[in-house]
Design a protein around this ligand. Structure first.
Ligand code: NDP
Ligand code: GDR
Length: 347
């Protein structure tokens, strides 16, 4: 008789944690999701997905940086599958907080791997690796075997966690898999990340709640997909016969500027671009009103200029493929932010 599977998701209050919890609950899993203690814990994402009160969802307080908590968490939940999504995930902040980032995003993963090795080595472990590990890219498009060259404390910390996952797989036979995921976005994306900052600002400008959108480097190119599809990929990675590493991406890349143009178009405004570098501005094609300008305060000390992933291995071995176009994704985010800003409810 098939028993109900148990999954542990670290970082359930984040974008991916919320979507993955929803997916696993739909698949009949018992899900434990971890959140951090704070003065005001924010469950808005799982609330928006309607799973906050789900009878098969158990929410537990946990900090990834604490080894003994990690051991007790694995011991008390004894999950079949562990999805390590918790991280200090904002690249910009990692330059200001490199040690905290190393501790959470790097060592945190090892705390969980150690806990699994010590108390429950049968658990399957998913590590949320990232295209930021490719950094200053050594090949285009990037695949699983492309050499890494991270360009931020975040990328370096993730690379450490990635190799530790491979190492625990090879040293101790732990089912440790790694998904090298390229940027994935959604209406549940945090507002500090560029796509959501753009769609939220477009909504605010249209509704006269904001004057001008200020951005950093608009020449950066990213491979943006839809988060809901990427969590399905995470699940498939842990259902494979053998632990392995997989790239999940769309194989299309666009500049930040292109995304801005697309987002304004999604709200029926055409943008005309003028100037270059720090002087670049975007204007309403109809009225000439200033809509976008550059602010160097959003520049990073080192930048990742171009990311584009080739997900052929995931398609071939897992049957996974990104389906939602960037235009559809952007429109979905603009519509959600227009709705939220109209009702005054915007996280
Ligand atoms: P988010 O930033 O939205 O979520 C991160 C989660 O980690 C939050 O729940 C956060 O809790 C939690 N967290 C942070 N620090 C700790 C800690 N010390 N202990 C326990 N939990 C902690 O990230 P995403 O959902 O976008 O991404 C999920 C994972 O995938 C991350 O590891 C990210 O680095 C990685 N990734 C993301 C990609 C993307 O494009 N989204 C691409 C590739 C990899 P709190 O709410 O309290 O802050
Ligand atoms: P990224 O995402 O660094 O790729 O990491 P982010 O959206 O923060 O930046 C993408 C690109 O946009 C440029 N940019 C700006 N970025 C932000 N946040 N704010 C701005 O105002 C701005 N202006 C220009 C950035 O310089 C960058 O080039 C995300 C995170 O989710 C990571 O956790 C994940 O691992 C990677 O994606 C894949």
């Amino acid at each position: 008789m098939q028993t109900t599977k148990k999954a542990l998701i670290t970082g359930i209050t984040g974008q991916d944690g919320a979507y993955l919890a929803q997916l696993l609950l739909e698949k009949g899993y018992l899900v434990t999701g971890t959140f951090r203690r704070s003065s005001s814990v924010n469950f808005w994402r799982i609330a928006e997905l309607g799973i906050e009160q789900h009878p098969n969802l158990n929410l537990v307080e946990y900090d990834l940086t604490d080894l003994s908590s990690s051991i007790r968490l694995i011991e008390s939940t004894r999950p079949d599958e562990v999805y390590n999504l918790a991280a200090q995930s904002f690249v910009g902040v990692s330059f200001d907080q490199p040690v905290t980032t190393a501790s959470i995003t790097g060592i945190g993963a090892v705390n969980l791997l150690e806990a699994i090795r010590i108390v429950h080595p049968k658990a399957r472990f998913y590590q949320a690796s990232t295209s930021e590990m490719f950094g200053k890219v050594q090949a285009v498009p990037q695949v699983e075997s492309t050499p890494f060259y991270p360009r931020s404390p975040y990328g370096v910390a993730k690379l450490y966690a990635h190799w530790m996952t491979v190492n625990y797989r090879e040293s101790y036979g732990i089912f440790g898999s790694s998904g090298i995921l390229f940027n994935h976005e959604s209406p549940l994306r945090g507002r500090e990340f560029v796509t959501r900052k753009i769609t939220d600002s477009v909504a605010k400008i249209v509704l006269n709640k904001l004057d001008v959108l200020e951005l950093g480097n608009m020449d950066a190119k990213r491979d943006w997909g839809y988060a809901r599809e990427y969590v399905e990929g995470m699940w498939r990675i842990l259902q494979a016969d053998e632990p392995d590493t997989f790239v999940l991406a769309t194989n299309r890349t666009e500049t930040v500027r292109d995304f801005v143009t697309m987002a304004f178009r999604g709200a029926n405004l055409d943008v005309e671009w003028k100037g270059k570098g720090e002087q670049e501005t975007g204007h309403c094609a109809r009225t000439g009103k200033l809509l976008v300008r550059v602010s160097p305060k959003f520049y990073r000390p080192a930048e990742v200029d171009l990311l584009i992933g080739d997900p052929s291995k995931a398609q071939r071995e897992l049957g996974w493929k990104a389906e939602t176009s960037l235009e559809q994704l952007c429109q979905m985010m603009v519509d959600a932010d227009l709705r939220r800003n109209e009702t005054g409810f915007s996280f």
